[in-house]
Design a protein around this ligand. Structure first.
Ligand SMILES: Nc1ncnc2c1ncn2[C@@H]1O[C@H](COP(=O)(O)OP(=O)(O)O)[C@@H](O)[C@H]1O
Ligand SMILES: [Mg+2]
Length: 227
């Protein structure tokens, strides 16, 4: 469903040219649970931002479900993101003044579905991520792991086919990080949602069904594991 064909992203720092991604080719099938790993600066965020239609590529072709992302206008990309993609961030990115419920339902309100359906879907996904009874709490009244659960609920409530997560466990202790990855994996198995997540944590890589290693913007290994 996701095809990168010779994709590059090039930054200029004065005289220096940095190939944040350097002619990367990769094919990611529906339902994969794939980790992009590599040291800091290897291009993980750049790759996720390109697949997430948040950035423009400089070389090559990128297709998501046969849609050529390189040919989309920024308006088309915004609509494509809203309708097809979910995002999970390292620092959760919840809205502080909104409750857990409101942080999740907000994503649905942009789609203009009716109020009862929004409520049902929001309660149901918050229960699925283990937050029943905590719907009324604001982010600061939740632990770090609970906040990331809200973010996972927000990413999944629209039932996107593809969820992108940039170092989703980087701000969590290792036990909580492991719980969060286990939750993402459960959602991947239950809903067949494709997950692409970056990490430089070996424990997190262990959970991936496929591990793509980046170094200096290039894929240095691509390993399929047990499913
Ligand atoms: N907006 C930007 N402007 C200039 N250089 C950037 C920008 N974003 C990333 N880079 C450079 O691209 C390379 C890859 O960065 P990044 O994708 O953030 O790596 P990672 O997420 O693996 O740490 C780094 O050398 C980084 O300095
Ligand atoms: Mg990064």
């Amino acid at each position: 469903m996701v095809i990168l064909d010779g994709v590059s992203r090039i930054y200029k720092h004065g005289q220096n040219i940095v190939r944040a991604l350097d002619r990367v080719s990769l094919r990611i099938e529906d339902g994969e649970f794939l980790s992009i790993a590599g040291p800091s600066g290897s291009g993980k965020t750049t790759m996720l931002n390109l697949i997430g239609c948040l950035d423009d590529l400089d070389e090559g072709e990128l297709y998501i479900d046969a849609h050529p992302v390189g040919a989309m206008s920024s308006k088309e990309k915004t609509a494509f993101r809203r309708n097809n993609l979910g995002f999970i961030f390292q620092s959760y990115n919840l809205i502080p003044v909104l409750s857990a419920f409101e942080n999740v339902s907000f994503a649905l309100e942009l789609l203009r579905i009716d109020h009862t359906a929004i409520e049902e879907q929001t309660y149901s996904i918050l229960a699925e991520v283990g937050l029943s009874g905590l719907e009324g709490r604001r982010p600061r009244e939740l632990s770090a792991g609970q906040q990331q659960r809200v973010a996972i609920a927000r990413a999944l409530v629209k039932e996107p086919k593809l969820v992108l997560a940039d170092e989703p466990t980087a701000n969590l202790d290792s036990k909580t990080g492991e719980e969060i990855i286990a939750l993402m994996k459960a959602m991947n198995e239950r809903r067949k949602t494709t997950f692409i997540f970056s990490t430089h944590d070996a424990m997190v890589m262990e959970h991936a069904h496929r591990l793509v290693m980046l170094h200096d913007g290039s894929v240095v290994s691509d390993e399929h594991r047990r499913r």
